[in-house]
Design a protein around this ligand. Structure first.
Ligand SMILES: *Cc1c(COP(=O)(O)O)cnc(C)c1O
Length: 213
């Protein structure tokens, strides 16, 4: 099942799209099914679950932290995390930088942008972005490689499209001035086609691969 769903997705996606298989709440066996189909990029949203799975699973998996990250938990993932999608505050940035230095590795991050008006969504506002970005760029152990956004929880595709458009615009501006910028992480199981249409090149897909949670 997982293998078939994954293969169908691969067929659909062009090669420049990075597929992050979101394995939160799913078992080590489920992840190994995807792994054996060739998938190496996996996303988790809880630190404890991420570290447990890291311990148990093959070491060539690239683990992405996609969920809101508390500063006091960065230390548990700093030695191995491949990409943090959810850099959204100065406090978190300071801690990632500190833990990067301790582990002697530069940690790749995406700046999460608040593209939705939903109160539950995290992220840096468009207004605050320039200042935030300047600050982050001064931190030696953080490498910003792109932006991440989560659309509103709505069935209204026009709203989702507008939100993706807004972050895509910022991403394209940023790419012009910063050569490290390569990833626009937008789109999940229900809106990844819209995301790709708007220029997203990294999608985070859970239920469409692993089934409902
Ligand atoms: C759970 C989650 C996803 C995947 O959601 P699906 O709808 O199952 O594809 C993507 N991004 C984040 C940040 C998530 O927490």
């Amino acid at each position: 099942m997982i293998k078939d769903r994954l293969e169908n997705l691969y067929k659909e996606l062009s090669e420049d799209i990075n597929l992050v298989a979101v394995s939160k709440t799913k078992t080590v066996e489920d992840i190994m099914n995807a792994y054996n189909s060739g998938q190496r990029l996996f996303g988790e949203n809880r630190v404890q679950e991420l570290t447990e799975k890291y311990d148990k699973l093959p070491k060539d998996i690239k683990w992405n932290m996609i969920g809101h990250l508390q500063s006091n938990k960065v230390k548990y993932i700093a030695s191995f995390v491949d990409l943090i999608h959810s850099l959204d505050s100065v406090k978190l940035a300071s801690e990632i930088n500190k833990q990067g230095e301790k582990n002697n590795r530069v940690i790749n991050c995406l700046i999460q942008i608040k593209i939705s008006k939903d109160e539950t969504k995290y992220g840096v506002s468009f207004e605050d972005f320039d200042q935030f970005y300047k600050h982050i760029n001064s931190l030696k152990y953080i490498n910003v490689v792109g932006l991440m956004g989560m659309a509103s929880l709505t069935n209204n595709e026009d709203v989702i499209k507008d939100e993706f458009k807004s972050i895509s615009l910022l991403y394209n501006e940023l790419k012009l001035v910063d050569k490290k910028i390569a990833h626009l992480s937008i789109g999940m199981s229900n809106d990844y086609k819209l995301a790709i249409n708007e220029g997203g090149n990294m999608i985070r897909i859970g239920s469409r691969i692993f089934g409902e949670r």
